[in-house]
Design a protein around this ligand. Structure first.
Ligand code: NOJ
Length: 900
């Protein structure tokens, strides 16, 4: 019954209030109440237990009253990461440790005693630049750099660790009042009862970030880029939930979680990674108010040094906390990627435009939409099929009436070098007549309930069971289902979309799986809830990888995610709404994801729920074209909204936004290569590029694509002007629409029409583009490359381009890639190899070079390629300072030089 109410609501497109009440507020969360309300325990460290090994230090912590003993491990890496792990010293049984998220074994450095006193010991490692001061009573751990404090752990003694108890001997412990109030062994939320097999097991700790008053990250929330002070509001909740038409400006957990907080101040960017997969709450408290106690007159009051206090509270597991010390943002990104992996290099087609809808009705519909893109000259690469393409929501099957020839459909698309993506959700219809279901059941691949039978919940197909992706055996079994021989009607040009994988359970508590469901190894769902989607994504990745014998890069979009999901593909921000507010919030949401490693991300263009008006649709396409993952999608009951359905003006504005995206793909692809190799996010908040300019720290309506392009999408209706901050007193910014140059460190009021997309190229950069866009990414190769060289105040510029075959792993396994550097100095533009290992010979040619910001032309430009110097065709627009060189025909992988 419930499933009908829910699916009707979902399909109606209007989120109801009742719908929202199904989610917990902070005060409904008992482990959070226990930690916040209880008198806090006091831990002290016992010096005599300090043990230094060649992989770090260990120490015992003891709680004064209960005498609970914990084991503390401190480890550090050469690259500036400190890992602090706390577990029970002698647990009644093993506690859950997150596996599969960290990549490989860390190389830890030996710690040595720097100095020692009766009440503390100072440890150091490597060159001795960083110090770890361990205070014994009460226990604190302070990390500093050459005497300057960076982070203190447990500054306010909020270290909290509920040690496991024997249920038969526990007297419900210190719970005074009713059991549901404390929720030690059992609690009820609405009609849902949660029986806790291990009783109370929550953990928590506070830490202080010294000198920082800007923090970011902790996705996924529909909220501002700068984290809010939660002392007067809800804490940031990290609990993966299916929230249809979610509220904005909210700290409610959405579809995925990355427990990473990024802190920034002018001299340092630092990160905190709290590796725990159970429900987690994070409190942020800024303190940079003037010191009220001073006797000085107002206005003269000296400010106390800013600091931010962060408190992490998790329902279960252990404390495993990584402090990433930066000091630059680039170093912090790399420290984090060394732990959880780098962004997967997407196949080139997936950086093109994706056309999705719930649902494209049948094969004829798909073909018509596909043809529509061609007849309207709008490039696109992928068309998507939602749940209705299946036989009764049985994934891996096709509705035989609507999609009788799926392989032929894919071949039809493939002749135009286009792909098909189909949805594959984690819930499996309970159908004893369906071999897939039977195989999963017989193989023991489903999550169980606490009584040991297979768990059943409702979702799109009705009564369903849920695959237990936490088991590697189940992941391999699931992966095999994607083989071309098993998955009937699939071809190599079919790719996958994992949805509803928080997991969404229509009749479950907070529309998800009960925490007392049981996974492989006997672990309760509560321990690994936030990992469920990550594991499905991982299994699907394995499936597509194996399907090609390990040679082709998979593409999988997942709704749910965790730290490390960047290794597996793309994610999107779920069921947003077709209003201006949701368009606006998509920017900080995607920047937060990008800062925490999830760099191939996007939001449904146009808004999923409800119908956008044409102006909003245009503005959303323009914004989406400047975001990493670019897909139009809409809910079942919305009106059709293919880009050509709203009149010529709208079609033309959308066409030009999408075409510009395609022309810019050489730059995007180069940025993704950079993300893949060095973890720098393709889209970045301004402060990443301007770390000491505090005017950029809270900017969230504009951002950088790489280090060269500043973009400020229009996100308000009816505007004729937008205000753009152009940072940096030494910078020059070139309007890419007009080539007009502006000095930095100013705000510009830029006039806009419906066709204007405010994009500025930073002086000192070179941006590669294709001269045309074709009908899809495979067509791009036909168009030569154009370099736009934007000069800085000294007349210099640098940039690069990365090329490979766009789809396989030969760039990695056979070094089949080409990385070129372009450098402009003293009137010479030089193209040289940027990496000696790459051996990819591409047919691509640089046909033209546009130089922006040239005051005068002293001589006729010449080309030096080999020994000879030859004159080149050129046009110099003195007024705009633009020199255009054409007809160059320069092979991209060769060295050449242009002298002007
Ligand atoms: C929920 C997803 O967020 C949405 O994108 C999709 O269209 C529906 N499920 C139906 O599969």
């Amino acid at each position: 019954m419930e499933v009908n109410v829910l699916s009707t609501e979902l399909e109606s497109g209007v989120p109801g209030d009742e719908f929202k009440e199904k989610f917990k507020k902070n005060h409904d969360i008992t482990f959070c109440r226990r930690q916040r309300d209880k008198a806090l325990p006091q831990y002290f460290a016992s010096l005599e237990t300090l043990l230094l090994t060649d992989r770090g230090a260990s120490l015992e912590l003891c709680e004064r009253d209960s005498q609970n003993r914990l084991s503390l491990q401190i480890r550090a890496t050469q690259n500036g990461t400190v890992r602090v792990s706390i577990d029970e010293l002698q647990p009644l049984k093993q506690r859950y440790h997150v596996s599969d998220v960290l990549v490989g074994e860390m190389r830890y450095e030996p710690l040595r005693v720097h100095w020692k006193r009766e009440d503390c010991v100072c440890l150091t490692w490597g060159l001795g630049q960083y110090q770890l001061l361990v205070s014994f009573s009460p226990f604190k751990l302070e990390i500093s750099c050459d005497g300057e404090e960076i982070v203190t752990l447990n500054p306010e003694n909020k270290l909290y660790f509920e040690t496991l108890q024997d249920p038969t001997r526990s007297s419900s412990n210190s719970c005074q009042g009713d059991e549901n109030q404390c929720g030690l062994w059992k609690e009820t939320f609405r009609q849902f009862e949660d029986i806790k097999a291990n009783g109370p097991s929550s953990v928590g700790m506070d830490l202080r970030l010294h000198g920082f008053n800007h923090t970011y990250g902790l996705p996924e929330h529909a909220d501002t880029l700068v984290l809010k002070d939660t002392s007067v509001s809800e804490a940031y909740r990290l609990y993966n939930l299916d929230v249809f038409g979610y509220d904005i400006n909210s700290r409610l957990g959405l579809y995925g979680s990355v427990p990473v907080l990024v802190a920034h101040k002018p001299e340092r960017t630092a990160g905190v990674f709290w590796l725990n997969a159970s429900e987690t709450l994070v409190d942020v408290k800024y303190n940079s108010e003037p010191n009220e106690n001073e006797d000085e007159p107002p206005g003269k009051k000296s400010k106390i040094a800013p600091q931010t206090d962060v408190r992490w509270i998790s329902e279960s597991g252990t404390i495993d906390c990584f402090i990433l010390l930066g000091p630059t943002a680039a170093q912090m990104f790399s420290q984090y990627a060394q732990l959880t992996g780098y962004q997967a290099l997407p196949p080139l087609f997936s950086l093109g435009y994706h056309q999705c809808r719930w649902n494209y009705e049948d094969e004829a519909d798909v073909k018509a939409v596909d043809a529509g893109f061609d007849s309207h000259s709008i490039p696109y690469d992928v068309i998507w099929l939602d749940i209705e393409h299946t036989n009764g929501k049985r994934y891996f099957t096709w509705d035989s009436k609507l999609f009788p020839n799926p392989a032929e459909l894919q071949r039809h698309l493939q002749t135009k070098n286009r792909k098909l993506v189909v949805i594959s959700d984690p819930h499996i219809k309970i159908d004893p007549d369906w071999s897939f279901y039977c195989e999963a059941k017989d193989g023991g691949h489903f999550v169980k309930n606490r009584e040991g039978t297979v768990y059943e919940g409702t979702c799109w197909p009705g009564e369903s069971s849920y695959l237990d992706f936490s088991s590697s055996k189940t992941r391999s079994w699931y992966a095999r289902q994607f083989s071309l021989s098993k998955y009937e009607g699939s071809t190599e040009s079919l790719f996958v979309w994992n949805d509803m994988n928080e997991p969404s359970v229509f009749n479950g508590p907070e529309q998800t799986m009960p925490k007392d469901a049981v996974h492989f190894g006997g672990w309760e769902h509560r321990e690994l809830h936030n990992l469920y989607g990550f594991y499905q994504h991982m299994a699907t990745f394995e499936g597509l990888l194996t399907r090609s014998g390990g040679t082709e890069r998979p593409f999988i979009l997942s709704r749910s995610f965790f730290a490390g999901s960047q290794r597996l593909g793309a994610i999107w921000t779920g069921d947003n709404v077709a209003t201006w507010e949701y368009l606006k919030i998509s920017i900080p949401m995607l920047l937060s994801l990008s800062l925490t490693g999830i760099q191939f991300c996007g939001a449904d263009v146009g808004g999923f729920v409800q119908d956008p008006d044409p102006e909003l649709l245009v503005r959303w396409y323009q914004a989406g074209a400047l975001q990493p993952f670019f897909r139009g999608h809409s809910a079942k009951v919305t009106k059709r909204r293919e880009p050509w359905l709203f009149g010529v003006e709208v079609t033309s504005a959308i066409r030009s936004a999408v075409q510009d995206r395609y022309c810019l793909l050489p730059y995007w692809y180069t940025l993704f290569h950079q993300a893949h190799m060095s973890a720098l996010p393709p889209i970045r908040p301004l402060w990443v590029e301007f770390p000491s300019d505090s005017s950029t720290f809270a900017v969230e309506n504009q951002y950088m694509i790489g280090s060269a392009l500043l973009v400020c999408p229009v996100t308000d209706p009816g505007v004729t002007e937008v205000r753009v901050l152009l940072p940096g007193s030494d910078e020059l910014w070139y309007d890419t629409n007009t080539a007009e140059v502006h000095k930095g460190a100013r705000t510009l009021d830029l006039p806009v029409t419906l066709n204007t997309v405010p994009v500025f190229q930073r002086g000192g950069t070179v941006v590669p583009r294709r001269a045309g866009c074709g009908s899809c990414t495979a067509d791009l190769q036909q168009h030569p490359i154009t370099l736009t060289v934007a000069l800085d105040t000294k007349g210099n510029a640098d940039g690069c381009v990365y090329l490979d075959d766009g789809h396989s792993f030969s760039y990695r396994d056979q070094m089949q890639f080409c990385l070129r550097r372009f450098s402009m100095r003293a009137g010479r533009l030089v193209s040289s190899r940027a990496d000696d290992k790459g051996s990819f010979v591409s047919d691509d040619k640089v046909e033209s070079v546009v130089i922006l910001g040239l005051n005068s032309l002293k001589r006729k430009p010449k080309l030096k390629s080999g020994p000879a110097k030859t004159p080149v065709m050129f046009e110099f627009d003195v007024k705009r300072g633009v020199l255009t060189l054409t007809g160059l025909g320069l092979e991209i992988h060769k060295d050449w030089e242009i002298i002007i």
